[in-house]
Design a protein around this ligand. Structure first.
Ligand SMILES: Cc1cc2nc3c(=O)[nH]c(=O)nc-3n(C[C@H](O)[C@H](O)[C@H](O)COP(=O)(O)OP(=O)(O)OC[C@H]3O[C@@H](n4cnc5c(N)ncnc54)[C@H](O)[C@@H]3O)c2cc1C
Length: 427
């Protein structure tokens, strides 16, 4: 049974939508099309950290070699902490998960996710404007309408269109996202543009914690493929009133970040100089960080057909602040969960399948949303100097361990034993 042959439409080809497409292929869903608004696949922003809980899934898809080729190799620890004023070493958290975290450029992760899926399943330049709910006499329960005047039919629609999701809005969920109080400046520094000692330091994942601000450095890529760079992710508290762009994302003068960290340690000044050297127009990406409250219900059923419906995945369903580096990882976990459930559900009761997906995923994503917000407050606390005396790697590791040790494949096997028919499954 299951929904193997149903026409499934994915709206959004970001890291969530592309992860679901890989999961659909892995699970054996046969009729899946992805619609992305951009004319080309692209990921803006800096690097991304993919932790073991998600790497287990990507490895199952067969992407281990591809990911390893594009990621940083053999990082000495999970994170090292430094005093923002003096630059002094405060302590570190050892790498504690297996497979270890992989740090890479966002665009390179997208390339890996594109590798195994047929191009015939991508539809670019398709911005969804609305979803038509059709009568049972129609040729399909849903019609997706795009900005260019074209349309597409589907039995199941999966909204992977991010925190500002149109699919979510179309489902009548008009709640407003909340401003976190912070903006994030994102850019890259070439190691050649840094003094040797700073370059050596920034080949580790380093966090400079300052008052209501912190600067995180992810060493992405590797020397072998000449993709190694330091991705700079600087979280700064700013009132939203000072925001000068209608969009949440804009390009800002590097000077505006420098204003925040002018009296920080020499290594941070080296970073500012490195950002300037890498940016011909002296500007970098600046994004206001928003998050939504956890959503009560992630799906909507078709009023006439029990095997048709709309469901959310990724930031559209469970947006989270980036302080535990888990938004993409949660989308990857949710992707394999939803694809497996749709392929192996024992009956044709789609509502029961959607409910099972939500029940499996929501307690975990709600907890990640909550703890990520807490982690952000800890990382940008009012008095980071206290940390020098109270630094406790065990506590920091404990905050993340439950996230990394989780295995969604195992959870599906255990909790799905009654409702899923695993015959022919690759789980
Ligand atoms: C500073 C920062 C650092 C982060 N670091 C990490 C990290 O290290 N690790 C991690 O796991 N997560 C991290 N995240 C979170 C991660 O970026 C997101 O959770 C993840 O990208 C969500 O993917 P998504 O596909 O659900 O949404 P998005 O990435 O927003 O993708 C949505 C896609 O849908 C398309 N789209 C939108 N509207 C339409 C429409 N109407 N029609 C068609 N297409 C549409 C968009 O063009 C886009 O391609 C970070 C986030 C931030 C802000």
């Amino acid at each position: 049974m299951g929904f193997e042959d149903k026409r499934i439409a994915i709206v959004g080809g970001g890291l969530g939508g592309m992860s679901f497409l890989n999961a659909a292929l892995y699970a054996g869903l046969k009729n899946v099309q992805l619609y992305e608004q951009a004319p080309q696949f692209a990921e803006v922003g800096a690097g991304v950290n993919i932790t073991s809980n998600a790497n287990r899934v990507l490895d199952a898809f067969g992407l281990k070699e591809s990911m390893t080729r594009r990621s940083s190799h053999k990082l000495p620890c999970y994170m090292e902490y430094h005093n923002y004023k003096t630059g002094d070493y405060l302590g570190h958290v050892d790498e504690f998960s297996n497979p270890p975290a992989r740090l890479l450029h966002r665009a390179h992760l997208l390339e890996s996710l594109k590798e195994r899926v047929p191009e015939s399943s991508f539809n670019l330049g398709k911005r969804l404007t609305s979803i038509g709910r059709n009568s049972s006499e129609s040729s399909a329960p849903y019609t997706l309408h795009f900005e260019d005047g074209s349309s597409a039919e589907a039995d199941i629609v999966i909204g992977c269109d991010g925190i500002k999701s149109n699919v979510r809005l179309d489902m009548g969920l008009g709640d407003s996202p909340n401003y976190s109080g912070q903006v994030v400046y994102r850019g890259f520094v070439d190691y050649k543009d840094l003094p040797d000692e700073t370059a050596q330091l920034l080949r580790k994942t380093v966090n400079f914690r300052g008052p209501k601000r912190h600067v995180l450095i992810l060493p992405i890529g590797n020397r072998e493929t000449q993709t190694d760079r330091a991705a700079i992710i600087a979280f700064m508290s700013e009132p939203i009133e000072s925001w000068d762009s209608e969009s949440w994302m804009s390009r800002s003068d590097i000077e505006s970040l420098h204003e925040h960290v002018r009296d920080w340690c020499p290594q941070v000044q080296d970073i500012i100089a490195g950002l300037r050297a890498a940016s011909p127009d002296g500007r970098m990406l600046k994004q206001a960080l928003y998050v939504r409250d956890p959503l009560e219900k992630w799906y909507e059923m078709n009023s006439e057909q029990t095997d048709a419906g709309i469901v959310l995945l990724g930031d559209s369903a469970h947006s989270t602040l980036p302080h535990q580096g888990q938004g993409t990882c949660m989308a990857i976990e949710s992707g394999i969960a939803l694809a497996t459930i749709l392929r192996h559900w024992k009956t044709n009761d789609l509502e029961a399948a959607f409910k099972f997906y939500q029940d499996l995923r929501k307690p975990r994503t709600d907890r990640v949303t909550r703890t990520s917000e807490e982690a952000g407050k800890l990382a940008s606390s009012e008095s980071p100097d206290q940390m020098t005396g109270n630094f406790n790697p065990e506590t920091l590791m404990g905050r993340m361990k439950w996230i990394m040790e989780y295995n969604v494949l195992e959870d599906l096997r255990t909790k799905g034993a009654q409702s899923l028919d695993f015959q022919g499954s690759r789980l």
